[in-house]
Design a protein around this ligand. Sequence first.
Ligand SMILES: Cc1ncc(COP(=O)(O)O)c(C=O)c1O
Length: 505
Amino acid sequence: MHAGRLAELLGRWSSGNEALYLKLAARLEALIERGEIPADGRLPTERALAAELAVSRNTAVAAYDVLRDHGLVERRRGSGTFVRRPPRPGRGVVAEFNPMFLHLLDPVPDLIDLTCAAPPQPACLPEVVAEAALGDLGIGYHPSGIPALRQAIAGFYAAQGLPTDPGQIVVTSGAQQAISLLAQLFLRPGDAVAVEELTYPGALDAFRGSGARILGVPLTADGVSVPGLAEVVAGAKLVYLVPAFQNPTGSVLPSHAARRVVALCESHGVPLVDDQVLAGLTLDGPRPTPLARHGGGVISVGSLSKLIWGGVRIGWVRADPRTAADLARLKAVADLGTDVVAQAVGVALFARLDRLRAERQCELRERRDQVVRDLRAALPSWEFRTPPGGQTLWIRLPGVDSRRFAQFALRYGVALLEGTSLAAHESSSEHIRVPFTLPREALSEAVRRLRQAWEDYPRANGAGLALSGAAVADECDGHATFPAERDDEPAGRGSPVRPGREHLR
Ligand SMILES: Cc1ncc(COP(=O)(O)O)c(C=O)c1O
């Protein structure tokens, strides 16, 4: 298995108080037990794994020794380390799985999580929940969504100059499900989907889950490259774009380019999905125009998750009535409809949307400006533009492999989303995505920890710092300052204690 892929699967293995080699061994053990590393699969060399994880080679050697002592791997002199234990029978393994989801599934206290960009729970929520009126919803199954919510969403589009019939709306469990249903509807294994070369990782996972081939279209400072899209559109079965405050770069596709994109897709008969989840988060300048304003066939995806809160899980699709009807069938198979109580809360939230959006924008603007100031002062070599909206900074760490730096930063109590997780194609990346959704004190603390990690990183890694560098100095591991690290030298390696469940994080 490639060391980079293994590092992704390992996720935040290095958080916690035990010695690094024990934490690494415990995490590898969990992956082997779950069958995520196939039996007979060859693990990366100690040197490659150490370089990828920004640890000393001793740490990798000791972790592999623990696995050998537990009977999980075989160490063959000269040819490598091989997994011995077969996975539990009768269980498939979820193959595509990005680090963002890993961090959600495996939360660690005291870690500042910069992998997921999501707003905090709004203070008014209890009030809104109390206000929510259910009315008579019959037996409660509404695969397309309850009438009041479909009406509210249709009104939301009408207010943006897009007259919409409620029959064009399908309510989903967040935009994530909307994207998954669209993938199910339009993509068969082997079909191609064109996306911006950097994009929302949840969409990449959904498309890969459908067995689709991903065609990454180059990005410019102004969103997707129209000539780049023109080159691939004929071979695609679906085009998926985030033209408003693009995730992760924050760019906005200008109207003239948006018109050309819509015309291009129409002329090739390829459905175009406009992911508008971030479109309401304007911080400077006007609200971007939905692509559907430029052509009738555009499918819009939206959600309350970023405007209000991800916990309500209210998303939707706006499409032509036939596509909406097809999606409703898929939605019925998926879950028979989104929870109607959450939908009633959604209706109450739509009634307050203008005020809540203004509050969210104000909060995000303050947090963005603060983190921009702090980063420019603390980490002047980091390169980024201040985005006009959205909720993330796209930062270049010059000359540094961001995956390795992300591994290193974990030991300072910060989880980062490295650029490769957002890339349509496997590549190394010098970029990280940093959200500014956390409270201001947490953002200040994150910058402080990142600065410390950055200061220690060159000293710790020497040649490992550069993208091309591979070797990691053996004495590097003792520098970690958070969470409190025990001496990394694997004491008592001859008879390691079998790690308990608490080590499996
Ligand atoms: C561009 C984009 N689309 C879709 C989603 C998924 O949103 P939801 O929480 O509504 O499922 C996200 C979440 O981060 C996103 O950034």
